[in-house]
Design a protein around this ligand. Structure first.
Ligand code: HSE
Length: 445
């Protein structure tokens, strides 16, 4: 019997950069996509805030509406894409769609971080699904990879570059020797920086992604307030130059490491010196890179565009395809794995505090260029049992200097105490700043 392909209706909430990308790219590859999925796909309704707004992607007027109920109450729409961002209206429409048993696809990392535990439970209790590939690392299929492809692994270390804007700024600071402030101005002009700049510059966007990856890999929700989250604002060209001289690059890294000895997790997001020989140290510009180490697979690395219309819409379309597959259709040439939310529910895992972190550190002291300064600093550090590994000094104008040291392994509580104590010395011009040194090798041996 010759059955015509089933029609799957999709409702979009939000028609901004990502929403328009989803429309544009479904149209671009419609024949191939529908052929692969064995269905016809229709974005039959789009809810927008402003019907009159000019958009670069033109859609039939009659599918645009300002009324959420035209999607939420339409029994013909099984797949809802929440692409409005924020955590207010987005929460309401997600809740409502899940309660009606619809499949919700999202790119909204902030919403998942704030309400994920509730929303995944809600999906489960209503026989709905909540898909979120586009919420982490744009076009890199890292959610599906961890959830499905690496399902047979325990993860000891997941780390990576998860914010394209910060990576762009750091890359240009390194290449051009320019200051953070001047490159930030360019990044704004290029439209790379979020309207709320703190999301990019203070690490919050990347920290949200780290929290989602932690949930995915360990079934363990951490709160933003409970993890180290530091952006790139305090990184100077001197730090970048010194890092290069010492054989490192500075990258904004999200790091999730599991200590098997006491079943604890360390979850953090901060700039770090990473050996320049690491492949991820070469992930530049707006690209993202994620390394996942599993006990079965070993170390894997994923690199790609972490933001932008096309990359992000590629991930949304991937989730739509999974949703289509779940809705059941015998003509599909693709078999999707079960969309389990997580596969390792380790609620007993303990989250390590910031002070408990053991690391090596790079510390920069802005000092008056006088005799005995280095001795004073090193006395304070010795008092906290911190041993220097390298020491460098750079002479500046106006009788000022920078002393830049790296330390041997020590806990972070000691570094913080030592830096606070040094800040009180007469010869110190500014609060000392430290950057953690991250050598993946030390976590894998
Ligand atoms: N501002 C983000 C970035 C966009 O630069 O990576 C994706 O979350």
């Amino acid at each position: 019997m010759d059955e015509s392909p089933k029609l799957i209706n999709i409702g979009l909430f939000g028609f901004g950069v990502v929403g328009q990308g989803v429309w544009k790219n479904i149209e671009k590859n419609r024949t191939t996509l529908e052929g692969r999925l064995g269905v016809r796909i229709s974005i039959s309704r789009i809810v927008v805030r402003d019907l009159t707004q000019k958009r670069s992607v033109v859609v039939p007027n009659d599918i645009l509406t300002t009324d959420p109920d035209l999607i939420l109450n339409d029994p013909e729409i099984d797949i809802v894409c929440e692409l409005i961002g924020g955590t207010d209206l987005a929460l309401k429409v997600t809740e409502s769609a899940l309660k009606k048993g619809k499949i919700v696809v999202t790119a909204n990392k902030a919403l998942i971080c704030e309400h994920g535990e509730y929303l995944f439970d809600l999906a489960k209790s209503n026989g709905a699904q909540y898909f979120y590939e586009a919420s982490v690392a744009g076009g890199i299929p890292i959610i599906k990879t961890i959830r499905e492809s690496l399902v047979g692994n325990h993860f000891s270390l997941i780390f990576g570059i998860l914010n394209g804007t910060s990576n762009y700024i750091l890359t240009r600071m390194e290449r051009e020797g320019s200051s953070f402030d001047s490159i930030l101005v360019d990044a704004r002009k290029l439209g790379y920086v979020e309207a709320d700049e703190a999301l990019d510059i203070d690490g919050i966007d990347a920290a949200h992604k780290v929290i989602i990856l932690t949930y995915l890999a360990y079934g363990f929700w951490v709160k933003l307030k409970d993890i180290t989250c530091e952006g790139i604002r305090l990184i100077s060209q001197y730090d970048i130059e010194m890092a290069c001289q010492l054989g490192y690059r500075i990258k904004l890294l999200g790091i999730i490491s599991k200590d098997l000895s006491d079943e604890s997790l360390t979850v953090r997001l901060h700039p770090a010196l990473i050996p320049s020989t690491e492949l991820i140290a070469d992930v530049n510009e707006v690209y993202n890179g994620i390394s996942v180490t599993g006990d079965v697979v070993g170390t894997t690395l994923f690199v790609g565009r972490g933001a932008g219309q096309d990359a992000t819409s590629s991930s949304v379309i991937s989730d739509i395809s999974d949703a289509v597959s779940l809705l059941g259709n015998s003509n599909s040439t693709i078999q999707h794995a079960s969309p389990i939310s997580y596969f390792e529910n380790q609620k007993g895992l303990k989250l390590r505090t910031q002070g408990e972190l053991e690391s090596r550190y790079y510390v920069r002291f802005d000092v008056r260029d006088e005799e005995g300064v280095l001795a004073e600093i090193s006395n304070v550090f010795a008092g906290h049992h911190i041993s220097f590994s390298t020491v460098n000094q750079k002479e500046l104008e106006d009788n000022l200097a920078l002393i830049m040291v790296t330390t041997h392994l020590i806990n972070e509580a000691s570094i913080i105490k030592a830096c606070n104590e040094v800040e009180g010395l007469n010869v110190i011009n500014k609060k000392p700043s430290f950057i953690r040194i991250f050598n993946p090798f030390e976590f894998l041996s």
